[in-house]
Design a binder for this molecule. Structure first.
Ligand code: SF4
Length: 1002
């Protein structure tokens, strides 16, 4: 039994009646609950424990019980409700075969049947999945307040006014009813419905099944869940940190057993009042940008590990792992720090899960080039980059889908025999799997696909530390398919493939694979690795050291999510208010900060990707003021010489170990070039030896001094073939240049293996041929540039992209016509819409309505302007140093003062002038107009057509030298094939190549 404080003991041994254990984070409330269970324990089966973290709490309680028992009742509230309803399905009026439906299930269901929903007044904003996810979340909020579809529909029908908002609420009421009807048709119950149905059952047939109920974190329960508790009797012990939810006898715990005093003092600045043991280290980082923030964390984590902290005792907390986790993971990877992204969306970012997803996607749609490229690049096919680029070229030139192009490629003389063999292996797998796509059960299909791809086998022979977790992820994919079959017994693998892709895209994980009432916490418990997780998911965790990132005012508190519409004030007073959002965010940050025992860093990125200033969160400021601390500036971190050697050693070691099974497999295949694989493997080992020798060089000796001797010794022992590879390796250059950043080192390490893509670079004379969008893409992410412009992986234009093309075309033709009247414009819109292949779905109808309104406004603006448009879609091309730049300007106006204005149409959301400060496009157009047309534009602007907003780029921001430097920097990067990814939320969330991208997976 642990040492208890007097107040803890008083709570544990409380004699009877309702008890509330009130205390802040880390005050030992959960320990009280565990000990109280043991103290109360006459019959363990007679005690019900409800906790959001049931999976961790259950084993803790089990450990404290000395006597035998049938079954412990430790569950989440929805889990308990599901169990109760299963046991008494007939009394509850339910099918005995009902199944719980996760948010992901419901989203997939609504996506499938979106045409049956009336969503005319709900804006798709380019993403049906996002709109429907927002609707699912709003329904959850209503059920959490016990407001059923019938209640809502009655309320909406009784609204007195007939305005647009009323019409929207009535439309939503219909969607809510349809949602519940669709679930009922499949005998599915969402979590809110489980609680409401269980409450109804308990109210109608009171149960005296449990002598005592223990509730952890009662302040986190929804009103509907609290109402259910009241039906479970009065013998209840609840823990809470909110005095407003306390009832009965209250025992207060006022001393944190977890956080040191300085951490509590900082958290006190944000909200909370608990004392703790003296000490603790709290720092505040003002990082140059998001990448600098991630690198600063990686450098500090590396320091902590060197000083003996265990990886699992370090937590990196962000608002959203999906949006912010990747960039942190890349920085940790650069230093070869073991880490794990934890949380709901992380499952779909795992490499092995994405391998299966890619296969499912390409089987359903052979034109899904991203999925095919991934399947080709990854085991078991592993086609080399240069051969991949050739296959994509064939697909493009012959206008074939990727799978047909691969068939054609097997006859191409350009492909070496080894590449042909690999493509044939792919086609064989493809044939076998596609034959079973409409006839096998989805769970069997997934199981066989995993076996055929050899994914499980590869993992079994893999020497990577996280092999068990990878195997478990593959099993969980199989479980997802089984859960899907249970819900839709007639479904085919094709339907499952569509379903799972939609879920992955929407960033939701299907919790259906977990037993009802289980949580994902156990499955996601990190191995001995630094955990990168969301602040919300970190709630049940504690760490020695915590980094809380992204504390910009725009994110914390930031704006309320626009995806979920606030509930009407009449039904949920204050739900949509700014104050409620700010209070929730304040609580979230306080919770995140108090996960730390000894060390805490609060960090923010002072500038966005585009250079706009981002002030720190007011909450972080309050914490800083509470401690009287200063902001510490953090720039992008460069590696020191020895740190660089250590990281290179670890990266090469991992690569060597990962390559062993691959080479071993090839030995078995008895190819003609097997000896080359073995030679490469031996060279990798020798290079590792070289770095190890450098690390052991005498103190004070420079790398450059030590290297020749070590090289000579190694070369002496090598064969002629190995010597040749060693001598052409770029590793020495990378080692010698210790100041090089991690990207250069990673590129050098990768270049040892990758054949050159030189033939696929956009060469023009001695330089490159580049457009503004090429430059923009490379600056956003060099790997995205490689996928888009070197491989030129075809992508299907999205509805929004097609819409953008439509608007551009209509405007171009409008200005080309002799008369620019509204009738001409409307006629062009009609013709263009039909030719653009748009359909009649609700989303397309909405876009059409937007185009109509926007283009009419455009016409009015054009009519009233005294500027005279003189050129449309005018192209330019000019030389800048060795390189050729080209582009096309949408419109050029002659102004009334005789000057010229360059105008570029946009159909996205308007950016502010500050966000456009580092913008390349219009600056390059201005230089292009001068160089190619000898025209000095006096103005340049973006015209955001849908919002009728014109945003000028100031003349003083057009700096030819800056453009020249930028062009030369980008061109050097492309020429040297520097295609390292630079993930960020802004870039990755709209990237078409996520399925292929290794940086998007863990
Ligand atoms: S997903 Fe992100 S990191 Fe990967 S290529 Fe796209 S932008 Fe780059």
């Amino acid at each position: 039994m642990p040492q208890l404080t007097p107040n803890q003991r008083a709570a544990v041994e409380h004699a009877g009646g309702r008890l509330t254990v009130l205390g802040g984070p880390g005050t030992g409330k959960t320990t009280v609950l565990v000990e109280r269970f043991a103290w109360l324990c006459g019959a363990p089966e007679a005690i019900l424990v409800l906790s959001a973290d049931a999976e961790r709490l259950g084993p803790r309680i089990e450990e404290r019980i000395t006597r035998g028992f049938d079954e412990l009742h430790v569950a989440t509230v929805p889990g308990f409700c599901a169990r109760l309803l299963y046991d008494e399905a007939i009394d509850a009026g339910l099918s005995p075969f009902f199944a719980p439906a996760s948010a992901a299930d419901r989203l997939a269901l609504l996506l499938d049947r979106v045409d049956e929903l009336s969503v005319r007044l709900h804006d798709f904003r380019g993403s049906p999945a996002a709109l429907l996810a927002g609707i699912v979340a709003r329904i959850d909020s209503l059920k959490a307040r016990s407001i059923t579809a019938q209640d809502y529909s009655g309320w909406a029908a009784a609204l007195p006014s007939e305005d647009q908002q009323t019409a929207r609420e009535r439309e939503f009421a219909q969607i809510y009813l349809a949602h519940d009807r669709m679930l009922a048709e499949q005998a599915l119950l969402d979590e809110g419905e489980l609680v409401l149905r269980a409450s109804k059952l308990l109210a109608e047939r009171p149960h005296a099944r449990f002598e005592h109920v223990l509730v952890d974190d009662a302040d986190e329960l929804t009103p509907a869940q609290r109402a259910l508790l009241d039906l479970l009797g009065d013998s209840r012990t609840a823990t809470t940190s909110d005095p407003a939810t306390a009832a009965g006898t209250v025992v207060e715990l006022d001393r944190s057993l977890r956080c040191r005093a300085r951490i509590l003092q900082a958290a006190g600045g944000v909200g909370g009042s608990v004392s703790g043991e003296a000490g603790g280290d709290v720092r505040f980082w003002r990082c140059a940008n998001e990448r600098a923030q991630a690198q600063a964390v990686a450098a500090d984590v590396a320091r902590l590990l060197r000083e003996g902290t265990a990886p699992h005792d370090i937590g990196v907390l962000v608002r959203s792992v999906r949006n912010e986790g990747q960039i942190v993971a890349v920085a940790l990877e650069e230093r070869a720090i073991p880490h794990q992204l934890v949380g709901d969306s992380a499952f779909f970012q795992r490499a092995e899960v994405r391998d299966v997803l890619a296969w499912l996607r390409l089987l359903v749609d052979p034109a899904d080039a991203g999925a095919v490229v991934r399947a080709l690049a990854r085991p078991p096919v592993e086609l080399r980059s240069v051969d991949l680029a050739r296959c994509i070229q064939i697909a493009r030139r012959r206008k074939l889908d990727m799978v047909s192009a691969l068939v054609a490629a097997t006859e191409s003389p350009q492909l070496p025999p080894e590449a042909r063999e690999r493509i044939l292996a792919f086609l064989k797998l493809h044939r076998a799997a596609s034959g079973a796509l409409d006839s096998t059960r989805p769970d069997l299909f997934v199981h066989r696909l995993i076996e055929r791809l050899g994914l499980r086998r590869q993992q079994l022979f893999s020497a990577q530390a996280d092999v068990v977790e990878r195997l478990r992820n593959l099993s969980r994919l199989g479980e997802l398919a089984s859960a899907y079959v249970r819900r839709s017994p007639q479904a085919t693998p094709r339907e499952f493939a569509r379903y799972i892709s939609a879920i992955a895209d929407a960033g939701l994980r299907d919790e259906g694979a977990h037993p009802a009432g289980g949580s994902s916490a156990e499955a996601d418990a990190p191995r001995d690795a630094v955990a990168v997780m969301s602040m919300r998911a970190a709630r049940p965790r504690e760490f020695g050291h915590v980094f809380v990132l992204g504390l910009q005012a725009a994110r914390m508190p930031g704006a309320r999510s626009r995806l979920v519409e606030p509930l009407p004030d009449a039904l949920a007073p204050g739900d949509g208010s700014r104050a409620a959002h700010v209070a929730a965010m304040r609580r979230l940050l306080s919770t995140a900060m108090t996960r730390a025992r000894d060390g805490l860093v609060l960090a923010h990125a002072a500038h966005s990707d585009l250079g706009a200033a981002q002030p720190p969160s007011p909450f972080a400021e309050e914490a800083r003021v509470a401690l009287g601390a200063d902001w510490e500036d953090r720039e992008e971190e460069l590696f020191g010489p020895d740190e660089s050697l250590h990281a290179t050693y670890q990266a090469l070691r991992d690569e060597l170990v990962a390559g062993i099974p691959r080479t071993g497999n090839r030995l078995g295949e008895l190819r003609l070039d097997t000896n080359l694989d073995v030679t490469h493997g031996v060279v990798r080992y020798l290079e590792l030896l070289k770095i190890s020798a450098l690390l052991a060089r005498p103190g004070g000796q420079a790398v450059a001094e030590a290297l020749p001797g070590i090289n000579a010794a190694i070369l002496q022992a090598a064969t002629a073939e190995q010597r040749e590879i060693l001598e052409s390796s770029p590793l020495d250059d990378a080692l010698l240049d210790a100041e090089r950043d991690a990207r250069a080192r990673a590129a050098a390490v990768a270049a040892r293996d990758e054949p050159s893509l030189e033939a696929f670079l956009p060469r023009r004379g001695e330089g490159l041929l580049l457009s503004a969008s090429d430059i923009d893409t490379y600056r956003t992410c060099p790997l995205k540039y490689k996928f888009a412009r070197v491989f030129r992986i075809p992508t299907e234009p999205t509805l929004n992209q097609r819409f953008g093309i439509f608007v551009h075309q209509v405007l171009e033709r409008y200005h080309q016509s002799d008369v620019q009247g509204i009738d001409q414009l409307v006629g062009l819109m009609d013709a263009g819409w039909r030719r653009g292949g748009f359909g009649t779905s609700e989303e397309e109808r909405q876009l059409r309505g937007k185009a109509d309104a926007a283009l009419r406004r455009y016409h009015e603006r054009f009519e009233s302007s005294d500027a005279e448009p003189v050129w449309f879609e005018r192209g330019f091309q000019f030389r800048m140093g060795r390189h050729t730049l080209r582009g096309r300007v949408d419109r050029v106006d002659r102004l009334s003062d005789g000057g010229y204005e360059l105008i570029d149409y946009k159909t996205g959301r308007p950016k502010s002038a500050a966000q456009l400060r580092e913008d390349v496009q219009l600056s390059l157009y201005a230089v292009g107009a001068r160089e190619a047309w000898e025209l000095d534009a006096s103005r340049q602007s973006y015209l955001y057509v849908l919002d009728d907003e014109k945003v000028p780029v100031p003349q003083e921001d057009i700096d030819r030298d800056w453009i020249a430097d930028t062009v030369s920097e980008v061109a050097d990067g492309i020429s040297s094939q520097g295609f390292e990814p630079t993930p960020s939320y802004a870039a990755c969330s709209i990237c078409d190549y996520r399925i292929v991208c290794p940086a998007a997976e863990r």
